[in-house]
Design a protein around this ligand. Structure first.
Ligand code: GLC
Length: 511
């Protein structure tokens, strides 16, 4: 079976993982130095957030050169070394590809701005005349995902589209040159040995050429999300990937309305996998979780794609906090992790969740970098709270993140108790729970079969010999009969006594 059908992939947010040179920002050498930790954790692959040269208006999702490394993170040779060393340790590398937009500092966009309206080099982006007699109103009502309008006016009066920040102009994917360029970028990194790509905003590339207003009418098709034309791009890309040896993979970041729409991207000649945000966005509630699991398995099976599961990433509030924060949030998060890791398919872990890190909700405004914070005037605090650098040890002022005096976002003092070093020696730590679960998971096979359970409890088998029971409620329950006498407890998210499963607890049994 292909490795990506059941892999556990660990997301490294390069800014915040490990800093080798003490400038307070993570880097590729830092990542390399921690590869043994990831191997010991028991993951199969690493997904690296963008490390390309970038003005960092959106922490690297504004790419100025797709074929190099930003000096903050190292040099190209560091990427090569990281890929090589990861492979030596048996870890695969997935990199982030950002095709919807470039940085406004990309040579293409600079050339577009320097050229007059109508010039061919503007055709790589989406420049349009404005509305009104003087063209001083934006071409339509589209808004930026980061707040405010999606159009910015160039000095000569035309407007350009940016579904994200103004420093992230959208490319025009009807232009042959754009398509050819990205095919070449794919080959460039495949030749350097990467095992796959995470595709940023994969549902956003195609736009309705008429650029109509977003109507918001129920049932109306959206003019820039999830248009059918986008699928052509992925068919072309799949042909390229399939020309390479080594079972390489695409994973799409695809936010769509239904699992049915998601499945279209995963037809056999398109992408291999996509993040399953229905599971991530489900509340901590048994029926909602079960529905998310069932829907995903049912729909994806039809196209032959594996399900993927994810609870946290660099764009969302960490799941400890989403599930209530504090002690109860951590209990639920640990239980949710055991639920996720018992499901068939592949799973994504976001750096720091294995330490049980919560969202940092009290960052001072002055240190926040996320454009979401700026563009909403602070109404939305943005995503910095899940991007705080990892606490590794008591070794330095930045808790082992790097040798320098500080990290780019301050770590809460309470994180001194959550370092990887401390948790390593505590058998009950979240880190050791993840390690134990990942070790058991390696041998998990077989389809999922639900057991009948009372409200608030989820229980399923994988194959004949493995059972996962999750008590989603807060009060203790008696485990189902299948988990009693003949069963052996393999691991649990909190301490289990006999046949009683405490509230917000998941347990795995061999039976
Ligand atoms: C994706 C990324 C996010 C980024 C956005 C724009 O959603 O995950 O971090 O801000 O795309 O590239």
């Amino acid at each position: 079976m292909s490795w990506w059908r059941h892999a556990v992939i660990y997301q490294v947010y390069v800014w915040s993982f490990a800093d080798s040179d003490g400038d307070g920002v993570g880097d590729l050498r830092g990542v390399r130095s921690r590869l043994p930790y990831l191997r010991e954790l028991g993951v199969d692959a690493i997904w690296l957030n963008p490390f390309y040269p970038s003005p960092q208006a959106d922490n690297g999702y504004d790419v100025a050169d797709h074929r190099d490394v930003d000096p903050r993170f190292g040099v190209l040779a560091d990427a090569d070394d990281l890929i090589r060393e990861a492979h030596t340790l048996g870890l695969r590398i997935i990199i982030d590809l950002v095709p919807n937009h470039t940085s406004s500092e990309h040579p293409w966009f600079r050339a577009a701005l320097a050229a007059p309206p109508g010039a061919a080099v503007r055709g790589r982006y989406l420049f349009r005349d404005g509305r009104g007699p003087h063209g001083d109103r934006p071409p339509n009502n589209w808004t930026s995902r980061f707040g405010g309008r999606a159009w910015t006016r160039a000095p000569d009066g035309q407007w350009y589209l940016h579904l994200f920040a103004p420093q992230q102009p959208d490319l025009d994917w009807t232009a042959d040159e754009v398509r050819a360029e990205f095919q070449d970028i794919l080959r460039y990194w495949l030749d350097r040995g990467v095992d796959g790509f995470r595709i940023d905003v994969a549902h956003g590339l195609a736009k309705d050429p008429q650029m109509p207003d977003v109507s918001g009418e129920p049932g109306s098709t959206h003019p820039h999300w999830d248009l059918d034309e986008v699928h052509e791009v992925y068919r072309d890309w799949r042909r390229i990937l399939d020309g390479y040896p080594g079972d390489r993979v695409f994973v799409g970041e695809i936010w769509v309305q239904t699992t049915e729409r998601l499945a279209l991207y995963l037809r056999p000649d398109e992408l291999h996998t996509a993040f399953n945000f229905a599971f991530l966005t489900a509340p901590w509630e048994a029926t909602a979780l079960r529905t998310a699991v069932d829907d995903s398995l049912r729909v994806l099976e039809r196209v032959g794609a594996p399900a993927t599961w994810v609870l946290s990433n660099h764009d969302v509030v960490r799941h400890v906090t989403r599930y209530g924060g504090g002690e109860i949030g951590l209990r639920r998060a640990r239980a949710a992790t055991l639920l996720m890791l018992a499901l068939p398919g592949s799973a994504y872990l976001y750096q720091g969740e294995e330490l049980g890190l919560p969202e940092v909700e009290d960052l001072p405004d002055a240190v926040r970098r996320d454009p979401v914070f700026q563009r909403t005037g602070g109404a939305d605090p943005g995503r910095d709270g899940c991007r705080v650098p990892l606490p590794w040890s008591a070794d330095s002022a930045s808790l082992g993140f790097g040798p320098g005096p500080e990290s780019w976002l301050p770590q809460p003092p309470a994180w001194a108790a959550l370092t990887a070093e401390r948790q390593n020696s505590d058998p009950a730590s979240t880190l050791n729970l993840y390690r134990a679960a990942l070790a058991v998971r390696r041998d998990l096979t077989g389809d999922l079969t639900w057991l009948r359970t009372p409200d608030g409890v989820l229980a399923f088998r994988r194959g004949p010999g493995f059972l996962c029971v999750v008590n989603v409620g807060d009060a203790p329950i008696r485990v189902p009969p299948e988990a009693r006498t003949a069963a052996t407890l393999l691991t649990s998210s909190s301490r289990v006594h006999g046949d009683e499963l405490p509230g917000a607890t998941a347990a795995w049994y061999r039976c």
